[in-house]
Design a protein around this ligand. Structure first.
Ligand code: HEM
Length: 410
């Protein structure tokens, strides 16, 4: 089948990419899309095809198998991490950290996550207004993953800036790639210093455990250790911030669903699943590289071709989800692909779910009459790469005293 090229810039309007993604999904199973850099990718849009491709061993996660990648992308040190590796390397790398992220281990973090959440809300509830991304959605997962890994609190702003620099608008033609490289080098140096500090002064954290795994044998070399630290650090918050931001906005835009959730907070876990399906952080999708010539949806993809698996399009495929453009927290379907599928299925899914559940429960109970304090056309989005999220979410609500203050008054 011949597939004409479509520039990704047009369909991927970050304010609302879904209508364009739907049009692509309806017109053909695979589109030849040109990213702004000129990099051609094969974009797969239908649920069944994306699901099958996510566990197809002929599609690699390792960018070194790409025919067309720029050096900047190939040099990305994430390509030394599990997300850029195929089995058996992938299996070895993932096994080293998988225990720390099981549903049971993560459940043990609940009291601390609730405490961090309450502390953040204590600062904003008396004011009656807040910017929910910067003051809540972002600091919550950064604090959680920072504490888990053992990143000093004072350093968290630095790595946040470097991550923004690296991830925001990676395909924008006006983007200065030297800035991306500089941010990546600073992050690399910072992590190397942090690893050295853990080696000198071991602590009770995940990074110290990984340093020990490196020093004890051949299970992890130094570059793999840095790549692992980097992956866990950024994957641990860049996505969850969008779950909280996009999810809160989706609820504000659907007051009937918000009221339903307020009336029955036991629905929060299923609401989180529906919000992940409806407007998940991974948008348009994730990349793979063809290890051989192969067919997807009747379209021939050549060896070395980069394939973009459009999770955001698949999760609104009417052949899989009835009435997919309607947010319905009662109809949540765990079959969504927001966390991927197959061997790379999100390692942090239990943690992200828990953070989302704690965050939405707290927002519902502690911010009465929550309302959007910006016009729709004032909302600004990050995106253009793999992820999409709100830059800011201004809200108002009825002020209430901080919990600590209430306890003192009582
Ligand atoms: C709502 C939040 C999140 C979403 C939507 C999300 C989404 C995803 C997706 C789609 C993948 C698969 C990538 C692929 O197949 O190439 C993935 C992988 C991964 N995620 Fe998440 N993620 C989230 C939160 C987290 C958190 C909190 C962590 C904590 C460390 C995390 C760590 C990882 C890691 C390490 C991988 C790579 C797994 C592998 O390659 O085996 N994620 N995530």
């Amino acid at each position: 089948m011949t597939v004409p090229a479509t520039p990704l810039s047009d369909p991927a309007d970050p304010a609302d990419p879904h209508p364009a993604l739907a049009a692509m999904r309806e017109s053909a199973p695979v589109h030849r899309v040109e990213l702004h850099t000129g990099l051609p990718v094969w974009m797969v849009t239908r649920y069944d095809d994306v699901l099958a491709a996510l566990s197809d061993p002929r599609l690699s996660n390792d960018p070194h198998h790409a025919g067309d990648l720029t050096e900047v992308m190939r040099g990305d040190f994430l390509s030394r991490s599990m997300i850029g590796a195929d089995p058996p390397e992938h299996t070895r790398l993932r096994r080293l950290v998988s225990k720390a992220f099981t549903a049971r281990r993560v459940e043990g973090l609940r009291p601390r996550i609730e405490e961090i959440t309450a502390g953040l809300l204590d600062r904003i509830t008396p004011r009656g207004e807040a910017e929910l991304v910067g003051e809540f959605g972002l600091p919550l997962p950064i604090t959680v993953i920072g504490e888990l890994l053992g990143v000093p609190e004072a350093d968290r702003d630095h790595f946040r800036n470097w991550t923004d620099e690296m991830l925001d608008r990676p395909f924008d033609p006006g983007r200065d790639m030297a800035q991306v490289t500089a941010a990546r080098e600073r992050m690399h140096r910072y992590l190397a210093d942090l690893v050295a500090a853990k080696r000198a002064r071991p602590a009770d954290d995940l990074l110290t455990d990984l340093v020990a795994a490196t020093d004890e044998g051949e299970r992890l070399d130094e570059q793999e250790l840095l790549a692992m630290a980097f992956l866990l650090l950024i994957a641990g918050y860049v996505t969850t911030v969008s779950l909280i931001g996009n999810g809160t906005l989706a609820l504000l835009r659907h007051p009937d669903q918000l009221d339903r959730l307020r009336a029955d907070p036991s629905m929060v876990p299923q609401a989180v699943e529906e919000l992940l399906r409806f407007d998940g952080p991974v948008n348009p999708g994730i990349g793979r590289y063809a290890l051989e010539d192969l067919d997807i949806g009747g379209v021939r993809i050549p060896r070395g071709g980069m394939v973009l698996l459009a999770i955001a399009a698949a999760d609104r495929d009417p052949d899989r989800f009835p009435d997919p453009d309607r947010l319905d927290i009662g109809a949540a379907d765990p079959g969504h692909l927001a966390f991927g599928h197959g061997v790379h299925y999100c390692l942090g899914a239990p943690l992200a779910r828990l953070e989302g559940q704690v965050a939405f429960t707290a927002l519902l109970t502690r911010l009465p009459d929550l309302a959007l304090a910006a016009r729709e056309d004032e909302l600004r989005w990050t995106g253009g790469g793999v992820l999409r999220g709100l830059r800011a979410l201004p809200v108002t609500f009825t002020p209430t005293p901080a919990r600590a203050a209430r306890a003192v008054q009582a």
